[in-house]
Structures are given as C-alpha cells and as structure tokens.
Design a protein around this ligand. Structure first.
Ligand code: SAM
Ligand code: SF4
Length: 332
C-alpha cells in the first residue's frame, strides 16, 4: 500500500491526529462553553464507532499518522470509548494513543484503558480549590477529577500530564499552588493560554492571562530554567523546576504561536477534516464515506484537504475571525 504524507503548502507534514469523539460534556468550563443553550450534533451526524475506527486506520495505514489523541467535548462520555481505543489499537499496533479528558469517570476506566492499549492521558485541571473549580466549570466535581488523576497514574498511563487554563480574576493567582500540587504527585503541568474558541465568543485579547505573566508568577516561588530540549513540533515551552528533573510547560498559542512547526490535523466528531483549530473550512469525509468511497479515495480527499492548511492562525491580526464552531465541537 502506498503511503502518502499529509503535507501542506508550507513544508509541514501532519503526523499527529486529534480525533473528537463527541461535542458533549459533563462540565461547562467558562472558557469553553456557555452555562446552557448549546445545541449538540444530531446523533446521525456523529461518526459511528465503525466509522471512527475506519478513518483512523486510513490515517495510520495510508497517511503516515503516528500519533492519535482522542478528545472532544469529553471523550469519556462517549458510550463505548474503551472499545474504540481497543479497536484502534488493533488496527494500528504501533501508533501512540492518548486521550485528553476532564478526568471525570477516569478512575472507573483507567485500568481498562491500559488493557485496551492506551498509552497516555492529559487531564484538564485549572485549580485545586473546590470553590474555584465550581466557578470555572459550573459543576462540583473536583473530587472526581483528583480521583481520575490518581487512578491514571496508578494504572500506568504516565507520565500523566495536567493542562490548565488561567482566567483573570478567577484562578490567575493560583499558578504556583497548582504547580506545587502537581509536583507532589508527579504530574507534569502545562499552562495553556486562553484562545478565542469559546462557544459564547467571550474571549478578549486584553483580558487573557499571557505566558509571560504565568512564568513571572511561577518564578516568585520556583526557580525555572529552560529545559534544553529542542521544542520541535511540541507546542509547550518546557522549564526545569528548581533544577529538575520535574518540568513545567507553557503553551503560548496566542502570544508565541508555533504554527510554523505544526504537525497536527483534526477529525471532528461528525467526520470533518480540519487542518487547524482556527481553520475556516472543513472537508467532509463523512459524506464520502457514507456514499461508499473506498479507503484510497478517503485518503486522497484527506491529502487534498491538507494542501489548503493556512500558514498560521492569525489571532493577533486585526482581520482575525473566530471559527464558527467552538472548541468543544472541533475537538481541543
Ligand atoms: N473535555 C476534555 C478536557 O477538558 O480535557 C477534552 C476537550 S477540551 C476542549 C481540550 C483542552 O482544551 C482542555 O485542556 C481545555 O482546558 C482546553 N480548552 C478549552 N477551551 C479553551 C480555550 N478557549 N482556550 C484554551 N484552551 C481551551
Ligand atoms: Fe468540557 Fe473540556 Fe470544554 Fe471543559 S474544556 S467544557 S471539560 S470540553
């Protein structure tokens, strides 16, 4: 079988596939979703388990994808998630398989996910204070997330990574506290700058907490030195904490974009290829698949979609327009 790389017009090749399994979620993080009123994808538009497994297999067998990360919405709320992981693992024995989750319900399935062939987890946790957690996520579920993290670590889904977003006036004073908490438990923490991807379009450049501020706050309590690993296509800038070996990362998507090294491509829960979180266009693989396209044709459509990938997201350009679909529908 011929392998065709997912190359774009700027010399980049995508090898890291993010697959959204659902746009639904059991939290309502303020930077992601409104409190209520979001309409979900109709069930019939969502890819079935068979369709997800087939498209991922096309990507790994024919298009050179070497890493697959499941996301959403909240991937753990998708019925049959563990089985999807197991089937993808069988179809792609060599691929690196991971999931980004809010951690709710992870305690229950962590061991089963290891048995199914999952390699790693990223758990999103923005605060270890219960009142702040409720304010940020609009749900009282901190204990579930903490239990999920512990179970993931115990099951061997490590190194467990924690993703955190800081919101001004809510948890922007808690960065050192969160880092200390993660260090104690051996979790690897990365702060992500808030991006304009919320469904309610509430993002404001002047409001967001930028990487420079986050690092300054951490340096009040910790000694940070750049970890001398080449950053490559990894979006996080890593720092050794107090001489290492523990590290902390900052993903400065807005103020220090890494688009030039991007190696990602996304598949939405309804089977659309997106070349970037901020892309304004999608390519419909679901319709082709349901119309009877064979794997070769699906691969060829995917390759064509990739050629249209833009050079960068342009968030800082005055002409920037937020994508119509929110992060929860695209797959973060
Ligand atoms: N529900 C899962 C979770 O929260 O980990 C997976 C999907 S979520 C959209 C993926 C990641 O995107 C999470 O780490 C979340 O914190 C982050 N995220 C969501 N909205 C964001 C925004 N507006 N800016 C930056 N990161 C965001
Ligand atoms: Fe749900 Fe993740 Fe969005 Fe929070 S960030 S609302 S957990 S999809």
């Amino acid at each position: 079988m011929q392998m065709i790389p997912l190359a774009d017009g700027y010399g980049r090749v995508a090898r890291d596939l993010r697959v959204s399994l659902t746009d639904r979620c059991n939290l309502r993080c303020t930077y992601c979703m409104p409190a209520e009123g979001l309409t979900w994808l109709p069930r019939e538009e969502q890819l079935s388990d068979d369709e997800v497994v087939r498209l991922v297999a096309v990507a790994t067998e024919r298009l050179g994808v070497t890493e697959v990360r499941f996301t959403g919405g909240e991937p753990l709320v998708r019925p049959g998630f563990v089985d999807i992981v197991a089937r993808v693992r069988r179809a792609a024995p060599e691929v690196e398989l991971s999931v980004t989750t809010n951690g709710i319900g992870l305690a229950r399935v962590a061991s089963a996910l290891v048995d199914a062939g999952l390699n790693r987890v990223n758990v999103s946790l923005d605060t270890v204070r219960q009142d702040t957690f409720v304010e940020l996520t609009r749900r009282d579920r901190l204990d579930d997330v903490v239990a999920g993290l512990a179970a993931a670590s115990a099951a061997g889904l490590g190194p467990v990574k924690v993703n955190a977003v800081l919101m001004r006036g809510v948890n922007d004073d808690q960065a050192p506290e969160l880092l200390a908490w993660c260090l104690e438990r051996g979790y690897s923490l990365r702060f992500i700058e808030q991006m304009p991807l919320d469904a309610q379009h509430g993002w404001a450049r002047e409001e967001m907490v930028v990487a420079e501020e986050i690092l300054a706050a951490l340096e009040e309590r910790f000694d940070l030195t750049p970890a001398h690993e080449p950053r490559g296509s990894a979006p996080a800038e890593l720092f050794l904490v107090d001489g290492g070996p523990a590290t902390v990362g900052v993903i400065a998507s807005v103020t220090r974009p890494f688009c030039g090294d991007c190696d990602r491509v996304r598949l939405t829960a309804d089977g659309q290829v997106r070349t970037c979180l901020f892309a304004r266009e999608e390519s419909d693989l679901r319709s082709a698949l349901r119309a009877g396209a064979d794997d070769e044709e699906l691969a060829s459509r995917w390759v064509t979609a990739m050629r249209g990938k833009a050079a960068g997201h342009g968030i800082d350009d005055p002409s920037f327009l937020q994508p119509t679909r929110p992060m929860s529908a695209i797959g973060g």
